[in-house]
Structures are given as C-alpha cells and as structure tokens.
Design a protein around this ligand. Sequence first.
Ligand code: PBG
Length: 333
Amino acid sequence: MSAYGSFPGSRPRRLRTTPAMRRMVAEYRLHPSDLILPAFVREGISEPLAISAMPGVVQHTRDTLRKAAVEAVEAGVAGIMLFGVPADENKDALGTAGTEPDGILQVAIRDVKAEVGDDLVIMSDLCLDEYTDHGHCGVLDEHGRVDNDATLERYAEMAQVQADAGVHVVGPSGMMDGQVGVIRDALDETGHEDVSILAYTAKYSSAFYGPFREAVASSLQGDRKTYQQDPANARESLRELALDLEEGADMVMVKPAGPYLDILHRVAEAVDVPVAAYQISGEYAMVEAAAEKGWIERDRAIMETLLGIKRAGADTILTYWATEVAGWLRAER
Ligand code: PBG
C-alpha cells in the first residue's frame, strides 16, 4: 500500500508490459496441429469455383484439392475434412452419389490419399445432404419427413465406401439417432476397425450454415429443425454426448463453435476423448464481410475467434482459415 492508502496493492498490468512478458504468461496458444481444414470438391469442373458468401473459399477441382492438401501439410495443419459436391444431375432423392465407389467424395479421398498419404488426417463428411435433390441429411418417408432408420442404412453404406476409399476418420453430421453405433458396426463388419468416428455430437440448427448451402450447391426444402438441436437447449447436448460415447465415438464435436462456446466448455469438461469444434461457414463469412468493409481488423479478429474456441475447451478446430492461420503461426516463431 502506498502512503496515500488508496493505490492498488496488486497490479496485474505488470505482466502485460511487453510483448515478451505477454508471451511468457500466455495460457493458451494455437498450434498448426490444432487445425483442420474443411474443403469442398466439385464433380466435373475444370476450374475452381468461387463461393460468393465465403470469400477466399472455393469449390475445388480434383487437381486444386490435391494442391490444397499439400499446402495444408506444408503449413503443419492436422487434417482435412472433405465434402463432395456432385454435379446437379447426379443428385437424387436417395443421395445415390454418396454411396457410389466412384462418387466425387470417394474419388477425392483417394486423390488426397495418393497425394499426401498419412501426412494429413483425411476426414470425410458422412451425410446425405450434399447428394440429395431435396437437400435433407437423410432420405424422406412418404409424408416428406426425414426417415431416421432408413437413413441409418444409407449411412452404413456411406461409411463402407468412404473407408474403402482410404479415409482415416468419418464425420457423421446428420444428427440421426443411432448413427454412430450403426456406422461403427458397418466399419467393423467390413474390416475397417481402424477407421475412427468424429461424431458431430452437439449440432445445432443454425442460421450460420447459410453460406455452406452455396458451398455444396444445396437447395434445401424446408429446414433441419426436426433433427438438428434447438439453440434454446444446453442440457440436451450432454444427452447426445452420452449416446455418442456409448455408441463408440472416438472424438466428439460441437458445431457451430462461436455462438456455442458454453456448450463446448460443458462438453470438454465432461469427456475423456478429444473434443473438436467447427467454426462454420457463417462464422467465417461474418468476419470476412466486416473486415472487407473495414469495420474490424481481419487477422486479429480471426485469431481472437480461434483462441476463444480453444479457451472454451476445443482440442481441435475445424476452420476455413486453417492453412492461412497455420502459416502465420509458423512465421511467428
Ligand atoms: C451436413 C453439414 C453441414 C455443415 C457441415 N456438414 C450443413 C448442415 O448441417 O446444414 C455446415 C458447415 C458449415 O456451415 O461450414 N452435411
């Protein structure tokens, strides 16, 4: 205490005085190996196609996807999450292209595997919405509702063809009840015991998926509210978590990330498996749009969103900025 009696006895600012000091006391750091790059590959195009709502992200050709995978490896990124976009004429009610051995996603898995081998963890979206003409994550019953159990049969087939193509991790993202168990069984029965499941455990019905629809050229009829979670619920995520772990999930994910950091924190506190968070298309678009207008500092804002996700408890972050940010992190040291 000072002679005046009113000065602070404790000064946390001392540890913020210099960049070196701040670096020394930083509690959380991002590392390139925290990051996973989601990537889209479109069937039948010869040039990459820009996605207008996601400036800087494209629908890749098979060739440019291979290049993006190599760049990710060079930057030290941990993995790549692949999404296939079939040609419009190859979309149908059952999402047939999702289970054909030469469907675009399976072809892309083989391409990336041939290019980078095991240097990158190769992951695939296991869901039907990229392949259905109605845009839902499952097949519909005669009343137009998403039929849970009929969809599970399709997911089992998808798991097998994706694993046959050489994927390391499948990412079931459709929020069907029982999906993790059915996929585990399908993998085990077809000799793919080593293929892991990254379960989209807490997946909310979110407006922030908007730009993704353009990314996978999907025209969704209706909404996903009967299968994805209501943003008004938190406890429900712990129920989903218990089920996914029981069914054999190797890793669990919370999605979106930014608006659901509380959920991420609760999930991370509750489990003993790795926890992933997906910073989705709308989260990306918001930062890019505000930065383009000059309203925020782009790079700082990006780092802040990612650190927030890590602080909340994510071990792994899926982000469209993965390669770029990994490059910054490498340059820093
Ligand atoms: C479903 C899937 C979606 C995303 C990833 N997997 C869309 C949805 O559930 O509506 C969204 C990813 C993003 O918005 O970046 N196949």
